[in-house]
Design a protein around this ligand. Structure first.
Ligand code: ZN
Length: 73
């Protein structure tokens, strides 16, 4: 019985492509969405996706572009 209140997430996960500039993070997506987006990108473009955990929110720029997002819909 873990009480899940609206906990502040202090770290985000960012996935990024090693072959192009694609990136997505849990800032804008849920973790499930993020992994789905990463897999879709890897499959569609045959690219390698890596990911990292970022703990310091202040170091993250708010403007993250998602050029491929429209294509995935
Ligand atoms: Zn890519």
């Amino acid at each position: 019985m873990t009480s899940k209140k609206s906990r502040v997430i202090l770290s985000i996960k960012r996935s990024y492509c090693l072959d192009c500039g694609w990136t997505a993070s849990t800032e804008l997506h849920s973790r499930r969405e993020l992994s789905t987006l990463a897999i879709e990108h890897a499959v569609e473009h045959d690219h390698d996706i890596d990911s990292e955990i970022i703990c310091n929110l202040s170091s993250i720029r708010p403007t993250i572009e998602h050029p491929d997002e429209a294509m995935l819909n």
